[in-house]
Design a protein. Sequence first.
Length: 481
Amino acid sequence: MKLAIACSLEWPSFYLLNRLQEAGCEIEAVYVQSRSLNAQFNLSSLLTNRNTLGWTNALSQFLGRPSLFSKERSRISDALGPLRSVKDLKRSNLKLVPVASFRSQEFAETLRQGAHDLVLITGASVLPRRVADAAQRMTLRIHTSVLPHYRGGGSLFWPLFFKDYEKVGYTILQVAAEQDVGPVIHQQQVNIDPKEDSQVLQLHVYRSAADELIRRLQSDELTPLEQQPTPIDFVFKQPNDRFRRLYQHRHEGPLRTLARRMEYPLLKRLKESEAPTITVMYAHRLLPDDLPADDWRRILGHATVSETRELITLMRRTHDFISIPQLMELHQQGEWVDRPSLVLSYDDGYEDFFSQGTDLFEELKVPAALFLSTAVLEGHVPYHQRAYDLINGITRERLIVPWMDSTLYFGDSTHRVLTVEYVLLPYLKNLSPAARERQLDELFTANEVDPALAPEAFCTPEQVVDSKRSSQLSVMLHGHR
């Protein structure tokens, strides 16, 4: 049986390549995207990959060692076999075929011309139908969960996060034009120790999946199951660096927040111009200093009054603070600032902007702008705040999510914040306003949210009118719901 592999240059791909070669499978070609193949010691690729892969995986590709930054790198490296790096792959007797993109028409044509019986995809995202149907017989992939649960990215991380251990496993499936919904060849739960390093767990799952895949390739047992799992609409995303930082209870202090938010303007200045920059510093909350560290608002990184004062004092050494009206006037007159400048902006209209900020900004003589949601003035609670209200409104440790057809572990404050921020809100954001409200109503009803819950306070029309007395505050409307 003629087999081709289209793979990312991450260690699971190297592991599968080694296992298939050891088993005597005939690999006709290995297709690799050119940007991955040329990523080693390429600074441009490093900066591009860090946005999609995160710093750890991007640095691994930059150095050409897929398992370099794993806590268990020696254990993983030992399991890989002779092919452990890009250099090993280039020196092997495998036919290495660079392609521009796995989603391109050119790649689909190349696969058809290769006339491969089977194509195995590893580490690739959703593929168009022209690629999925290019093999003579079928295109396969391994997904590291028991589908239909945990579709999408982070499929091994999320069941551990939600203590949904019976969903840890793998699915060998035929690739379709939608993500992780193709006909299932085989799926199996894998017993794991949740305390193990995540990449060791991934190796454990891949070892079991490779055993089954090789057995089926050798015995030609590739008929899909008669009863297919019904797909679940929700698709997970790979947790990013900020998620992992919060998950490990590493609070992002004000200085790190400032550095992250100014990173792009600073890089842009270095690349494009020596002229002074104008940077907008945005925030949502201004919290009292006595708020506990485990409060969900603190976990999300909202600054306190003292932290905001510290930031402003620090930045005044090198920057001027200007108001939104001043910025608009500069733009209209075609003028520019003589010194690097900052615009301080707050969003949505939480009450603490007025109760905590009015005196602070007057004291420091710093202008600040509030972009006030019209929904707040109309008496509505923005949808994202309704989702955050679940954090304090549910007393049990399980969250019923109607659109997932399942319950999720809903643990301590940090766990609840991450669930709302990275699981519920990304789904709700993509809905229409009416559908969003309907789903939130169903969510609150299913979980019997405490009706006595006092939602977060937003500003009143009286506070907005009163803000006109301040020489430092300006309020503008926007339509965010």
